[in-house]
Each structure stands twice: as structure tokens, then as C-alpha cells.
Design a protein around this ligand. Sequence first.
Ligand SMILES: [Ca+2]
Ligand SMILES: [Ca+2]
Ligand SMILES: [Ca+2]
Length: 130
Amino acid sequence: MATYEAIGYFGGDFVVEGAGNILFVGSRVMLDPGWDASTDARKFTLSDNDNTLNGDTCNDEVGDDSDQSATVEDAQGNAIASGQAYSEAYFTFSAPDGTVVYANVIEIGGTIDGVVTSEPIQPGGDLQRL
Ligand SMILES: [Ca+2]
Ligand SMILES: [Ca+2]
Ligand SMILES: [Ca+2]
């Protein structure tokens, strides 16, 4: 089983341009300018025997990969959740410098535990959904 750590974000720390919380293609979103990794980050420790972050298409709110699990901690190291985890939704964004950022909304048992991204997100920087 491979284990890896990822810095995650709380969905509520993202601000969608024009209010609302639906991300259409072309929508702009940014991480709260006041976001501070030392107090606001979420640490995801993901464990799996394959390299694919599976979703819950076949087993809704349970997850399609029975040995794909996560523990989630807040920035202070307090446990938030743990268990079988899956990607509930997946988005691709363009960062201000043109970098493509992949973002997965991680759930455990039907509860959203945060968003993990392929690149660190800069607070206050505009991301545009591709
Ligand atoms: Ca697996
Ligand atoms: Ca997997
Ligand atoms: Ca689902």
C-alpha cells in the first residue's frame, strides 16, 4: 500500500466570483486572500494499492475502491475524519501563471472533507475553471 500526503483546502475557503457556489466552465474562483497554511490547511494522508484516485460512480457515497482510504487533519493536527475515501467531484483550473491545476473534492462516507489539488494554491490568485 502506498501512502502519500497532500495539502488540502476546506471548500468554504474558496470564493466564487459573482457569489454563488456553482462552478461553471469559465467560472473564476480564488482561495480566500486571508488563507494561511499554518492555521487553515487540511492535511490529507491517502493510502491506496493503486495510483488512481477512484470516485463513487458505482458505490455512491461509499466509494468504488474499498482499500482507498484517507485520514484528514486540521492544521493543528486534530483529526477531522478517516475511512474509505473517494473523489466526489473533479475540476480542472488554469492558474494565473498558466499552470493547469487538478482539484479533487474528497469525501468519506458522504461527507465532504476538503479539496486536494495537484499544485499549491496561492491565496487571492484567480483560478479559472477549464
Ligand atoms: Ca485500491
Ligand atoms: Ca484507487
Ligand atoms: Ca457521490
